[in-house]
Design a binder for this molecule. Structure first.
Ligand code: PHE
Length: 341
């Protein structure tokens, strides 16, 4: 019995001295584990004289319960203490300023599209939606580009598995949709949207880009109307005085045709990689709607005339914000979205 009392004293002292959970586990092995002192004591009961066994057994089991309870209490205390230490060390400073949520900004392409729509809106143009997936017929044939026409080489595109259905190479097929819907009413619309071309990707071209088509059809619409509209647009978009250059050009669906360049802001028209050292960046193609196209849209070219243009809003955004690579628009770099606009 005395041995048991000594064991109890020692066990309790050691448990109080155990400062960590590992130490309490070692303590468990020493006293209650398979070879622990108390376990051995209980195992040795059968060696005691018969009359001592009941009392020794009772005392041993009582001590076992006591030590088990003491162990759990000690472990709980250690856990509590560890938690308090961690909290004190890693405590949250509630007076620190919070993290600001970053707000999304409008993508520069969309922002430019909206500005374009607003400027043309003031001139009485409505926005007309037309599909990105088009028929070969609308994208080429009805725009006076029959199969085998060399102009098709300029507009190589992505073909779907359905014969004759392609991703549009320009917004011009929208002209056909708009004319067929409005004929014989006069038309003044812009048609914004995505276009696709199989191109060598470079700082100026990407395989997907936006265009804004413009179409005006009516009686007595002249080339002066086209020029006045575009000059007014450029003045509003870039500020008065940005130089514009009209170059004669060729499109199968307009006659006569022009390409319009704006003075390169990136290099102040001195010449850089974007303007190919010319000081000019092409922003749109335009012209008087070809009689065949008017006819395909349902209008009698002897009575009606019209002009059309197709501009690249990314090109316009590059000029307006001094962006030197068109690929920035579609690489989803968040810094780009934060900087512009
Ligand atoms: N569709 C032409 C292009 O993608 C641009 C254009 C539109 C030219 C309308 C004339 C008239 O290059």
């Amino acid at each position: 019995m005395q041995a048991l009392e000594e064991l109890q004293t020692r066990a309790q002292e050691e448990l109080t001295a155990a400062e960590t959970l590992e130490a309490t586990e070692a303590w468990f092995r020493d006293y209650l584990g398979r070879n622990g002192a108390l376990t051995n004591f209980l195992r040795g009961l059968s060696d005691l004289p018969r009359e001592q066994r009941p009392e020794a057994g009772r005392a041993g089991n009582q001590l076992k319960n006591l030590l088990e309870t003491a162990l759990h209490t000690r472990q709980e205390a250690i856990r509590q203490q560890e938690m308090e230490q961690t909290l004190a060390a890693e405590g949250v400073d509630v007076t620190m300023p919070g993290r600001r949520p970053t707000f999304g900004k409008i993508h520069p392409s969309n922002q430019t599209l909206r500005e374009i729509a607003q400027i043309f809106g003031q001139m009485g143009f409505q926005v007309y939606d037309s599909p990105e997936v088009e028929t070969d017929e609308n994208n080429f044939g009805l725009l006076n580009i029959p199969p085998g026409h060399p102009a098709r080489d300029m507009w190589d595109t992505f073909y779907t598995t359905t014969p004759g259905v392609i991703l549009r190479t320009h917004t011009s097929p929208g002209q056909i949709h708009a004319m067929r819907e409005y004929c014989p009413e006069p038309i003044r619309v812009i048609l914004p949207g995505k276009c696709y071309r199989h191109e060598d990707v470079s700082a100026r071209y990407d395989m997907m880009f936006h265009q804004v088509e413009g179409l005006v059809v009516g009686r007595n619409v002249t080339f002066s109307d086209l020029k006045g509209t575009l000059v007014n647009f450029a003045n509003q978009m870039f500020g008065e005085g940005r130089s514009l250059r009209f170059r004669k050009s060729y499109f199968p669906f307009t006659e006569p045709s022009v390409e319009v360049d704006a003075g390169c802001v990136l290099c102040e028209a001195k010449g850089c990689r974007i303007c190919k050292n010319t000081g000019w960046l092409e922003i749109l193609g335009a012209g008087m709607v070809h009689p065949i196209v008017l006819q395909n849209g349902g209008y009698d070219p002897a009575v009606y005339s019209g002009f059309a243009f197709g501009m690249g809003p990314e090109r316009i955004a590059m000029l307006k914000y001094g962006i030197d690579d068109i690929r920035y628009f579609f690489t989803n770099d968040v810094r780009f979205l934060e900087r512009v606009g």
